[in-house]
Design a protein around this ligand. Structure first.
Ligand SMILES: [Zn+2]
Ligand SMILES: [Zn+2]
Length: 256
């Protein structure tokens, strides 16, 4: 119920969208197709939200916010770049600072156990820059502590910067894959089309061949008939000629 009141307040511009009310607002807007509110939430996520990159990506995917997705993808790698863990480690023991890191006068920072050890040694030189310092006047470096804390939170609740890059890479690969699938389907269609054509041509060639051989046979038959016909005619003519000769011989000189 509270969520609905919150949503109505946002809908009628009585309240601004914030990171606190964004989740229920998005859910209700999606459920009841309030595209206007979805668009408003999307703009908020792009411009004002303090949510981490990973959380925004998650929301973009869950609520299918294309503009936000494109915006996140277009962000320069440097904006989401991974912080080198070396800068989060004590330069003496190479461990990620436990507790509050301590800075000495020269500006160099160490973890509390290492600083305690340095205090115990007789040396008064910074182990990094060799400047003469007083280890007892070391002050806590709260800025670095905050950075460590926020990264720790990020690690607990959200995907890390590497995960975000991985997500983007996966997203891009999926898009490329879909594109390739489409091209493959088109190529397969073309292939099927070509195959039908080839089959049609083949059947035409076969029927022409058949026709051709039929014609050859009938021509051969015609010539055979002609040959035997001529032969028969010759036999008849020769017979008639002999018959005629015989009758002439019998009559002796038939024309006198
Ligand atoms: Zn240390
Ligand atoms: Zn130093």
């Amino acid at each position: 119920m509270e969520d609905f009141i919150e949503f109505q307040d946002v809908l009628h511009s009585r309240k601004q969208i914030s990171d606190q009310n964004l989740d229920p607002v998005l859910e209700i807007a999606k459920k009841y197709s309030f595209d206007f509110v979805l668009k408003k939430s999307e703009d908020f996520l792009i411009e004002n939200s303090k949510f981490s990159f990973g959380k925004k990506m998650e929301l973009a995917r869950e609520f299918d916010l294309k503009k936000l997705k494109d915006h996140l993808k277009s962000l320069d790698e440097s904006e989401n770049c991974a912080i080198s863990t070396d800068s989060l480690k004590c330069t003496v023991c190479y461990e990620i600072y436990p507790g509050v890191p301590m800075s000495i006068q020269c500006g160099h920072t160490f973890c509390t156990p290492c600083l305690e050890n340095l205090k115990k040694t007789s040396s008064a030189n910074c182990p990094i820059c060799r400047k003469i310092v007083n280890f007892s006047t070391a002050v806590p470096n709260f800025t670095l502590k905050n950075v460590l804390d926020s990264l720790g939170e990020l690690g607990k609740n959200e995907k890390g910067p590497y995960e975000n890059s991985k997500d983007i890479a996966i997203e891009r690969l999926q898009e490329q894959n879909a594109q390739l699938e489409k091209e493959k389907e088109k190529a397969e269609d073309d292939l099927r089309f070509a195959e039908t054509y080839i089959n049609e041509y083949w059947s035409q060639i076969l029927s022409l061949r058949e026709q051709n051989s039929r014609l050859k046979h009938s021509t051969a038959r015609k010539y055979t008939f002609l040959f035997f016909g001529v032969c028969g005619l010759l036999v008849i003519l020769t017979y008639q000629y002999y018959q005629l000769n015989l009758s002439i011989t019998k009559r002796k000189c038939w024309f006198f």
